[in-house]
Design a protein around this ligand. Sequence first.
Ligand SMILES: Cc1ncc(COP(=O)(O)O)c(C=O)c1O
Length: 387
Amino acid sequence: MRTENHAEYAEHALALLSSDTMKRMTFSRRQALQGMLLGAAGMSLSLESFGQITIPPGEIRLIFNENPYGPSPKALAEVAKILPKTAYYPDDIEGELIDLFMERLRLDRDQLFLASGSNEGLQAAMLAFGKQGKILSPSLTYSEHLLYAENLGIEVERVPLRADMAIDLEAMARAVDDSVSLVYLCNPNNPTGMAIDGDELRSFCREVSAKVPIMIDEAYSELTDKPDYTSMVDLVRSGANILLTRTFSKIFGMAGLRVGYGMGHPDIVKVVRDHVMAWPNGVGLYAAYHSYLDEDFIAFSREKILQGREMVNSTFRRHGIEPLPSQTNFVCADIGHDADVFKEQLASRNVIIRGSYDDYSTFSRVSMGRIEDLEVFDRAVTEIWGG
Ligand SMILES: Cc1ncc(COP(=O)(O)O)c(C=O)c1O
C-alpha cells in the first residue's frame, strides 16, 4: 500500500472497523486489516513481532498461563467500535466496570479498585504496606511483586511449603509478629496449581487478619472446582481486613490488554488505590466489561482448560509421574530430575514451558495451550522419555 493513498485507505478501513462487518470477520481477515493499517501508516512493525497476535510459526507456547482461546469474540467486536475514538482520554468506563462488579459480586464501590493487570495492584500493595514492615509469603509462589518489593529494599520473609507442596498456613500464622505489615497468599497457588481448602483459609483469615492485613491473589479463582467456596469474597463482604486481586489475563484470555481488579476492606482499597500508577486503559477496560458479560465464552474457555488439564495430567501419569492436583490452567509435577533439562529438551522440539524453580529444581510447570498444542506436548514428551 503506497503512503499517498493512506488517507483514503484509512477512511475506508475505519468505516469497515466500525461497521457490523467487523463482527463477522474471521481472525485472519482482522489480522490482515491490522497489517494493512500499519503498512498504510508507513510502519514496518510486523505482526510476527507482536507475540500476542502471532506466536512464531510452529511454536507451542505453554509457559505463561494464558488462555489462547481469548479474548472473547464479543469483546473484540465491541472494542473494534471504540478503537477509532482513542484519541481522547477514556470517559467513565472505569465507573461502568466497577458498577458491574458491584452488582455481580455484591460489593460496595469503596471495596473495589482497578489496575493495569492484577500485577499492578499487587505491586501497589507492596509499595503501600512495605513502608510499614515486612511482607510474609509462602516460599514457592507467584513472585513478580515480591521481587519488585525486594528491589525497593522491602523485606520479604518466605515460609517453606509443606512436604505435600501445600501452603503451610499454620507456619504462616506462627510467623506473624509486629514486624509483618502484610501477609501474601496466592490461591490457587502458582506454580503448584493447588487450592487451599476454603474453610481452612477462612479460619486462617479470621484469626490472622485481626493482627495484620492479608492479601490473597485470586488470579485463577474462576478455574477452581468450587469458585464460591475457594474465593474469600464473602469475607470481603463481611468487612474483613483482607484484599483480593483478580485478573482478566487468565480465563478471560486478555493478558495483552492489561486489566486487573481488587476487592477488599475500604481502608486497604484506598491505600492501594493511592499507590496505583497507571491511568485507566480505556480499551482494556472496555474489553474487560464485555468479556465479563460473555458467559458463553467463559464457559467455553473453562471447558477447554479443564479438558487440557486432564490431557497433561494423563501425559505425566503415563510416564509414572503423579502431577500436583491443579485447580488452574497449568499443571505442575515433580519430574524427579532437573526441570531445566526437560525444558531444554522440549524447547528443542519447539515446545516452550517453564524452567526450574530455585529450591524446587525438579518441578516443571506446563500451561494449557489449545487442545492441539497439548497433543504436540504429549508426543514430544513421549519422544523424550520413551514409551
Ligand atoms: C498468581 C498470579 N498473579 C498475578 C499474575 C499477573 O497477572 P496480570 O496479567 O493480571 O498482571 C499472574 C500471572 O501469571 C499470576 O500467575
